[in-house]
Design a protein around this ligand. Structure first.
Ligand SMILES: [Fe+2]
Length: 58
């Protein structure tokens, strides 16, 4: 782990916290990013009956 003027870098293990995480910039995931358990990489949208719209990601 390094912490210096360039930021915080952790290698070799996961990062966990029991509190919130806030980012002023973009959050990037090389594999996936999940929000409320929904994959940003592989979610789908159900087709709805309203023209030109889809349902919430699932
Ligand atoms: Fe989507």
């Amino acid at each position: 782990m390094t912490l210096d003027g360039n930021g915080l870098s952790v290698t070799g293990g996961p990062i966990t916290t029991d509190r919130d995480i806030t980012a002023q910039g973009t959050v990037t995931g090389q594999m996936d990013v999940r929000a409320a358990g929904i994959s940003g990489h592989a979610h789908t949208h159900p087709v709805t009956s309203a023209p030109g719209t889809t349902g919430a990601p699932q």
